[in-house]
Design a protein around this ligand. Structure first.
Ligand code: LR7
Ligand code: MN
Length: 584
């Protein structure tokens, strides 16, 4: 038996009491919502547990905040202050050529300074935040495939010009197997001037943006990684507001507000006016949507410029703790090229104990292209449409509960037949991280989705809708709403000919609805928040009746115009057959 002096015993007791207190403290501060990821929280990383929250939280001050530039540059020239730039009539050929090569007017961009100024589109209040001064170092990762030179490099310059030096560890350019000549040696030469701050690595085959980003995350050296598309311009003091929430809680991912840069004139335009906040949601075909932030969410904040929770994000632009991103498996490596990865990451983060915040004080401009200028490469020798749907299918099969999977397959009936590959590793990851159900996510985070996109009634029929009289199929012709529907040769691929009739009388194509007015049968926007419609299909006579007008869908024998006519069950021009399709 070891005999302890009274003093030593007291010390031991005190030490013991201290340990008990610490354990008690840890239990008391154990956040139930994120208990599944508590091992992440306690692991070495950016968690600032135990640090006074004053230091970790931004403070609103009465003067200019700590990272604000004291004055903004005032320059004149093409595109300065984000103004639209117009080319001379003689340059229209170059403009047209670059628009068809890149989906944006690179000829216009080429005339604008790489260091151009843009308008500060933030809320006034944003200038008065003091952020923690020991923010984590950051790698800005820009993946690219055949981007225009001046657009790519303006992205780089804007980051260098508008980011505090000691936070910016590096800009990591990841080339996804581009074949444009100037992106080879010339680019390597160009970035030498930045003395290693700008690093370039290259894929040895086309990987697609999703895998290329995951590779960037592995190669990055910063504590936090920020992804940007290769046609962005970051705005004033964009980075500290993205880093602050991550610094406080390393399982938070942050998203800037994305302003628009016009693909023809490069005008920089704020996406929303003052005082309105939006967040990312989705409809059941997994199309990305934005919705005004519900009161319930806004109320949780003290100031209008503070970050707020969002169910998901557009995909391209966000910040996340690097190790956390790798711990949650980065992106599902089974996702190919483009699409769905934003949902995969969002569901994973929320369901497995993390959070996503949109940050009003961080603004980044993005060029929305006129069309996608690249194909999907050898990796994906399938049609673009079905490839993206395969990605969606992997994501919903991994993260949705049965009930919600049904909504997806109702909206995308062909997806049932697509081969999504093996998702057992994703399911194992979900299990290992102890992630919550999709129902939990819908109830607590994405609670505004069902208001906009209610539960979908089952389809009574889906497939192509063929006219008995002429053997042609109902077709949108690829036009957006409002536009007249037509009939075309039946191609069997679905797409613009994939028609659904649900149990509540709604006739739909993709996310759109088919309606009738005096002009004829039309493709229309579905009324937000509704899933019903006026149509009744009679299995015996094969007519499609409009319940309100009590008339039937009819094809004009001579003009092929579609309209409502008094029902005549014996008229072949009013008879329609649904034919179920399988992917070709
Ligand atoms: O095979 C490819 N390899 C690549 O490296 C294809 C693309 N890329 C690069 C490309 O050069 C670009 O830098 O990846 C980046 C994104 O590709 P874009 O710009 O063609 O995508 P997008 O802006 O049309 O689409 C949005 O959705 C994508 C879905 O996978 C990505 O998440 C994009 O990052 C995303 N963009 C945004 O979120 C910006 C806001 C737009 C919106 C809505
Ligand atoms: Mn983009």
């Amino acid at each position: 038996v070891i005999y302890l002096s009274r003093r030593a015993r007291t010390l031991r007791l005190l030490g013991f009491a201290a340990i008990v207190l610490v354990i008690f403290y840890l239990l008391a501060t154990y956040d139930k919502d994120s208990s599944n990821l508590s091992n992440f929280r306690l692991s070495k990383g950016l968690t600032k547990n135990g640090q006074s929250s004053d230091k970790a939280s931004p403070q609103l001050v009465s003067t200019l905040g700590n990272f604000e530039p004291k004055e903004l540059e005032d320059k004149d020239g093409p595109g300065e202050k984000g103004a639209p730039h117009h080319l001379q009539p003689s340059q229209q050929n170059d403009a047209a050529q670059s628009e068809s090569d890149y989906g944006m007017n690179i000829a216009c961009s080429d005339e604008i300074s790489l260091d151009r100024t843009i308008l500060d589109t933030r809320l006034e209040e944003c200038k008065r935040w003091d952020y923690p001064t020991d923010l984590p170092t950051t790698s800005v990762i820009i993946v690219f495939h055949n981007e225009g030179w001046s657009v790519l490099l303006r992205t780089v310059h804007s980051v260098l010009n508008r980011t505090p030096k000691y936070i910016l560890k590096e800009i990591l350019l990841v080339d996804d197997f581009s074949d444009k000549e100037n992106l080879k040696y010339e680019l390597e030469k160009y970035i030498e001037q930045f003395d290693g701050t700008v690093r370039l690595i290259r894929n040895t085959q086309r990987e697609g943006l999703i895998r290329t980003r995951s590779r960037g995350a592995v190669e990055a050296k910063g504590e936090v990684i920020v992804f940007l598309d290769a046609h962005c311009e970051v705005n004033t003091n964009w980075l500290p507001p993205l880093l602050a929430p991550i610094y406080k809680d390393r399982t938070t991912m942050t998203v800037p507000i994305i302003d628009g840069i016009d693909h023809k004139t490069f005008e920089y335009r704020p996406v929303y006016g003052e005082d309105r906040h939006f967040r990312g949601i989705f409809e059941w075909g997994m199309l990305y949507k934005e919705n005004e932030v519900p009161e319930r969410e806004l109320r949780t904040r003290k100031h209008n410029s503070e970050p707020y929770n969002s169910p998901t994000h557009a995909g391209g632009l966000f910040a996340i703790d690097r190790k956390y991103f790798l711990e949650i498996g980065s992106y599902d490596p089974g996702l190919l090229v483009w699409g769905g990865e934003n949902f995969e990451l969002s569901f994973k983060i929320w369901q497995c104990g993390g959070s996503i915040k949109w940050v009003p004080c961080s603004r980044v401009g993005h060029v929305y292209r006129s069309f996608m200028p690249y194909n999907f490469g050898k990796l994906a020798q399938k049609k673009k449409g079905s490839l993206i749907t395969i990605n969606y299918k992997r994501v919903i099969e991994t993260w949705f509960d049965e009930k919600y999977k049904r909504f997806f397959y109702t909206r995308e009936p062909m997806a049932r037949f697509l081969d999504m590959g093996d998702i057992s590793k994703q399911l194992a990851l979900k299990d290992r991280l102890g992630c919550k159900s999709f129902q939990w996510y819908m109830d607590n985070i994405a609670y505004d989705v069902l208001d906009k996109f209610p539960e979908l009634p089952p389809n009574l029929h889906f497939g192509e809708l063929r006219s008995v009289a002429v053997g042609k199929c109902l077709d949108t012709l690829g036009h957006g709403p409002p536009s007249l529907m037509a009939v075309q040769h039946c191609h069997g691929f679905g797409n613009n000919q994939l028609i659904r009739l649900n149990a509540k009388g709604q006739l739909g194509v993709g996310e759109r609805c088919i309606e009738a007015d005096a002009q004829g049968i039309k493709l229309a926007f579905c009324r937000l928040g509704t899933v019903d419609g006026p149509w009744i299909y009679d299995e015996d006579s094969h007519t499609i009746m409009h319940r309100v007008h009590k008339k039937c869908m009819a094809l004009h024998p001579q003009t092929s115009h579609l309209s409502l006519m008094p029902c005549d069950v014996n008229n072949a021009f009013q008879q329609w057959l649904f034919k179920q399709l399988t992917p070709k």
